[in-house]
Design a protein around this ligand. Sequence first.
Ligand code: NAP
Length: 278
Amino acid sequence: MVTILDGKNLKEKISNDLKQKLEKFQIKPTLVVILVGENPASKIYVNNKKKTAENLGINSQVINYPSDVTEEELLKKIDELNNDKSVTAILVQLPLPEHISKENIMNAICPRKDVDGFTPYNFGKLFSGETPTVYPCTPKGILLLLDEYGIELEGQHAVIVGRSNIVGRPLSQMLLDRNATVTVCHSKTKNLTEITKTADILISAVGKNIIEGKMLKSGCVVVDVGIFKDENGKTRGDVDFESVSQIASYLSPVPGGVGPMTITSLMLNTVELFEKFS
Ligand code: NAP
């Protein structure tokens, strides 16, 4: 019988603890989110972040810019926020329009306010085996979920499908730091099934329905990061739930698995930065 890795439930649990903690704070953390353009998915994510923060008692502000905003203007705003003592966390919602350099924007955020853990400073720390100010939200949420269910990482073969900067790459390092043996696969990987068959823990972050039960070893742990709408407008993950639930010992659902853990990690990071640097 497969056990569901219930991110919704863990989100509730962590949120209740965070809310109680925040009630005791005389001054509250302030999270500022910069949103550029009209990307509908980004708008939904940003609204969710604002609502979740406010429900917990975190001050939250969204700054909207039109898609033709200049990089210079954004950099000026980030500089202003970096120097504003009342702002404790800054998040720039990605993706940004093509005329703006993501690297320049990320580089401009003060690492002590880098709530996503995406600045080159924090990435550099992570990849050199040091502790960043905070860990990137989705990988952090995945590890919280695995830990909640007591899943052993040390010595396990963790296979990650997808090598993006927001999931696969930082997660690979975080799993290495927990003494897992890590393999990272991507669109050019040959014989994907030969590799996934050897996974004790399989984490898929692709955005396509590519993982089926026959690609897996019996009893493995499966974490589905992917989330997209299929041709019928139904929310789907990378994993074929039917066949994988016959093979895996643990499986995270979509929705209700990694998604709630990502936003929870953002809230945890906001509080962590506040406690460390305010
Ligand atoms: P991304 O930047 O879109 O990259 C996708 C990755 O999948 C790339 O590394 C790509 O390889 C790889 N890939 C594509 N086709 C493949 C194939 N046939 N076989 C093996 N690998 C393949 O990834 P992302 O931003 O990490 O997002 C991935 C998915 O996770 C999306 O559905 C996204 O919405 C979701 N997501 C969910 C959360 C959450 O909180 N639930 C958070 C973040 C992302 P190449 O590098 O070779 O192109």
